[in-house]
Design a protein around this ligand. Structure first.
Ligand code: SF4
Length: 401
C-alpha cells in the first residue's frame, strides 16, 4: 500500500477528524473534576514535598499526564459530546490507564475486542464513529475503517505521527527502519505499519547484536530466528542492513534510544567511508519531550535519600516500566502499582516487579521516619497519585512510630 498517499487522502476526507469539536470548556471541567487533585497541586506548590507525621513525600518534578495523553482523553470526551447518539468505538485503550478506560466505558464507548490475538472489527458498521488512541493505529486499521464508511476521530499524539513521518522518509530512500521499541506495543505496531523494511530492537544488547552482524556477518538463520517477530516480511539481514535509519517508540528510555542511534552511526562509519555516511545512515530526533522530562525528573529523584519508591501507572505502560527500571538501577525498593486498591494493608502491597507477574510484597512500608519517592507514567491522572499518597499517610498514621 502507498501509505503516504492513503494518509493524504484520509486527511482531506470529511469523515476524518484530528482536532476537537469545540466543546473544550465543558470537557475541561469534567476532566478537572475527574482527574485533577488539590492535594497534588498543593505538593507542587510546596516544592514537590509534603511531610505529614513521619512520612515525607517527594514527588518527581515531572510526572503523570503528558499533553499528548491529555489531548487524546479530551478529544474522546468531546467525541461523545459531539456524537451523542452515534455508536462510538475505540480501537484500543485510549491510554494505558484503567480508570480512564473505565470512564470511557461508562460513557458508552465500545472497545474493539481481541479474539486469538486479532482485533475483531466485525461489529463496526458504516456511520459508526471510531476513535484512534493516543499511540495511534496501524495504517491497515485506518484503511479498513475508512473503507467501511466510519467517521474516524484520530487522537494520535503528534509526537507519534512525527515518528511515522520519519519511517516514511526511510522508506522513500530505501533505508531499513531500525525501530527501538517493543515489537508488540500498539505504538510500535502502528509505526512499523508505515515503514517499508524494518527491524525492531528492544534494547542496546539487541542493537549490538545487529551492529556486530553488519560489521562481521554471522549466522543468518540465528538472526532471523531471533528477530522473527520483529522484522518486516522477507527481511534479509545480508541485504537489508546496508542503508539504515533510526526510529523509536516514543516512550522508550531516551538514553538508550540515543545510545542505539550512536552505535549504528559508528557502525556505519566503520563499515563505509565517512563521506558516504549519509548514504548508509539516517537519524532524526524523535524522542518525545514528555518522556524525556519524566525520565530526567526520575534521575534527579533517585539521587536523593529515598527509602522507597512508588511508581504509578498501567501495567502495560511502557514509559512507567522505564521509570521503575531507573529506581531499580539505583537500588531503591520500588513498587509499580496501577491504583490505590493495590495497597492491601500496612504490611502487604500487590505490585508488578519488573518483567514479572503481579506479586504481593510484605512489610513494604518501613517503620519510623521515611521518605517516599513518588512518580507516575504519562497516562496516570493526578487523582490516582493523590489517592495513593493519602493511603500511605493514613497507614503510617495508624501505627505509632
Ligand atoms: S508520552 Fe509523548 S508521545 Fe506519548 S502521548 Fe505523551 S507526549 Fe505523546
Amino acid at each position: 500500500m502507498d501509505t503516504k498517499a492513503f494518509k493524504r487522502s484520509l486527511n482531506s476526507s470529511e469523515n476524518y477528524h484530528r482536532k476537537g469539536f469545540g466543546h473544550d470548556a465543558e470537557v475541561a471541567e469534567s476532566m478537572q473534576s475527574e482527574y485533577q487533585s488539590d492535594l497534588i497541586q498543593d505538593i507542587r506548590d510546596r516544592a514537590y514535598t509534603l511531610k505529614r507525621g513521619d512520612v515525607t513525600i517527594r514527588l518527581a518534578q515531572a510526572f503523570g499526564f503528558c499533553w499528548g495523553v491529555e489531548r487524546a482523553v479530551a478529544m474522546a470526551y468531546e467525541t461523545r459530546q459531539h456524537f451523542p447518539t452515534e455508536r462510538i468505538w475505540i480501537t484500543n485503550e485510549i491510554i494505558h490507564n484503567p480508570s480512564v478506560n473505565q470512564k470511557l466505558r461508562e460513557m458508552n464507548v465500545l472497545f474493539i475486542s481481541v479474539i486469538d490475538g486479532q482485533k475483531d472489527f466485525s461489529g463496526v458498521e458504516k456511520g459508526d464513529v471510531v476513535i484512534l488512541p493516543a499511540f495511534g493505529a496501524s495504517v491497515q486499521e485506518m484503511q479498513l475503517l475508512n473503507d467501511r464508511g466510519c467517521t474516524i476521530v484520530d487522537t494520535t499524539c503528534p509526537w507519534v505521527s512525527k515518528v511515522w513521518n520519519t519511517v516514511e522518509k526511510h522508506k522513500k530512500g530505501d533505508y531499513t527502519s531500525i525501530i527501538h521499541g517493543k515489537y508488540n506495543h500498539e505504538e510500535t505496531l502502528a509505526t512499523s505499519s508505515f515503514a517499508g523494511k524494518y527491524l525492531i530492537v528492544l534494547n542496546l544488547a539487541e542493537a549490538e547484536y545487529v551492529a556486530n552482524y553488519i560489521l562481521n556477518g554471522g549466522d543468518r538463520e540465528e538472526f532471523l530466528t531471533k528477530f522473527r517477530k520483529s522484522c518486516s516480511n522477507g527481511f534479509d539481514p545480508d541485504r537489508d542492513l546496508v542503508q539504515i535509519g533510526i526510529a523509536n517508540q516514543t516512550t522508550m528510555l531516551k538514553g538508550e534510544t540515543e545510545q542505539i542511534g550512536k552505535l549504528f552511526e559508528h557502525t556505519m562509519l566503520k563499515k563505509y567511508p565517512p563521506n558516504e555516511l549519509n548514504q548508509h545512515f539516517l537519524s532524526f530526533n524523535t524522542i518525545c519531550d514528555a518522556t524525556q522530562e519524566r525520565q530526567d525528573a526520575m534521575f534527579d529523584l533517585v539521587k536523593e535519600k529515598i527509602d522507597l519508591m512508588i511508581v504509578i501507572g498501567g501495567y502495560n505502560s511502557s514509559n512507567t516500566t522505564h521509570l521503575q527500571e531507573i529506581a531499580i538501577d539505583y537500588n531503591i525498593p520500588s513498587y509499580h502499582i496501577d491504583s490505590v486498591e493495590r495497597i492491601k494493608s500496612r504490611t502487604a502491597i500487590e505490585h508488578k516487579p519488573l518483567n514479572q507477574d503481579l506479586a504481593i510484597a510484605q512489610n513494604w512500608l518501613p517503620d519510623g521516619e521515611i521518605v517516599v519517592g513518588i512518580t507516575s507514567g504519562a497516562s496516570t491522572p493526578d487523582k490516582v497519585v493523590a489517592d495513593i499518597i493519602e493511603r500511605i499517610f493514613e497507614l503510617k498514621a495508624a501505627v505509632p512510630a
